[in-house]
Design a protein around this ligand. Sequence first.
Ligand SMILES: [Zn+2]
Length: 343
Amino acid sequence: MSLEHIIAALETLQSDALDKIGRAQQSHQLEDVRLQFLGKKGRLTEVLRQLAGLAAEERPQLGQKSNAVKERLTQAIDQKLQALKFAEVETRMQSERLDASLPGSGFPRGHRHPLHLVMDELIDLFARLGYSLASGPDVEDDWHNFEALNIPADHPSRDMHDTFYLEDGRLLRTHTSPVQIRALKKQKPPIRIIAPGRVYRCDNDASHSPIFHQIEGLALDHNISMADLKGTLKHFTAEFFGPEFPLRMRPSFFPFTEPSAEVDLGCVFCRGSGCSVCKRTGWIEILGCGMVDPAVLEAVGLHWEETQGFAFGMGIERMAMLRYGIPDIKLFYENDRRFVGQF
Ligand SMILES: [Zn+2]
């Protein structure tokens, strides 16, 4: 093959390679081009084999030409490689672009549960009347929960309590009243305590939950009368619901108080005109109370002639339902943020 032919072959090789380099979309395709044209077994090596058939004076000319082709292609591959890398970075930057004007992802704010809000408010309210906070265990024994509160084993009111018993004979307290007994065992009158807490009964329907909350009040001293009880409760409802709602006491029965009363408040929803909540009566029952029964005083070593006083107890769920107009007791226990966030 003559020098002209070889040089023409080199020209074809170069234009073929440049064409492939131009069309390469990814760096590995460029690597293929490099191997195919400039590799040890590549097309350039193939052409240079013809060198042997040339005259000695023609060889430098071909050497020069093939070096030029090699240089040209290497340069073209490197340039293209640079361009591809740049394009890759560009694409990545576009896809990862940060838009500082987008709204941030919100940090949800916590809220106090309405039952805790009501509990704290009641504690504060009675603290201003000189009541101190008292507490007792959720797991009680029969004596504190029943016996000492004048509810002996065969007493019919035990049926009303639907008690959860533990295997060892202890029980989950059915009311916060045992806290009265525990406080009186520790401290002699005069005493004024307020005791909020969880209580348990085997009840579960639209208006009852097996776990609910009560708050218990106890005031013992000399010469405390039913009038003091009524005055205290009037102050409480005026502060908690507003002074415009009337209060009435109806005679009732509880084993641990004598006399006992149930307290009604003028309906906070219809203001006395009658609605479905108050069953058209204009009154809503809010709590039970009475003068501490002499038998209860006796159980903790006190005597009715020296010490008198009153106790009252109310459901915290009920207070919160009346205060905020909540229709269903179950809403308190579902922990739906939309519900809790309203208060
Ligand atoms: Zn009403």
